[in-house]
Design a protein. Sequence first.
Length: 282
Amino acid sequence: MKKLILGLTLALGSTIIDAQQLSEVEITAHKAAGDVYMLTGAGGNIGVLATEKGLLLVDDQFQPLAEKIESAMQSIKNNQLRYVVNTHYHGDHTGSNSYFSHKAPIFAHENVRHRLTDKENHDVNSLPVVTYKDGLNIYLANENIQLTHLPSGHTDGDTIVYFKEANVIHTGDLFFEIGFPYIDLDSGGSVKGYLANVKKIIEQLPDDVVVIPGHGKLTNKAEFNAFAQMIDFSIKRVEKALSEGKSEEDILQMGIGEKYKSKSWSFISEEKWLKTLVKDLK
């Protein structure tokens, strides 16, 4: 959890990267299914497809971790990196783009390139070189990697990555397995859009799919559905309170309710989640 909080703080709250803290981070590989693995370290979860014809990387955390990420990939299968995919533009998912762009082309939704370009003093090497509007398929060895854009959810540039043969999905930050989600309202995110996207994904997934969430541990469709139910409950609770004329202060006093209080965590507390809901729904 400490590594996770560090990653989110660096990506979303602080402009200063603590090199000493990152130097202590270890990148750990977890097998998902088939040739697909999840790497954890600091920041968003990384997906790796490791085949005899090369590697595909989904998200890449922070620049100081790039060589550790590369080493972890190579420990799974010592082969060439062929493709990189960004699920969205946040720094804990794109921070090592400038390192890996010299090794393989980066794919992302067109809004990811736009938002990275808009960053002050951005590195041109960090930009995706293949962008799309709705999605595309990448074929590597016997795997069909399906990239699908879903609008106005976590951000306006979200992509989910489904490995069809392995039956593994990387949701990006459309799933926080650890608790309440972060919805970036200033970057095209939307509370109701987030829920609609999550429901759409769940409807299309096989029951036995393995889920790599944006943050948290490897999980399954049932847990993803429980996450959707929590968001649905939260929206309805706050909408009802707002329709009754309750203020933000009233809603914070009311709280999220006993069922979901445990979903509060260090970065997205119950208070922050409720404030996000109020801001977007009022």
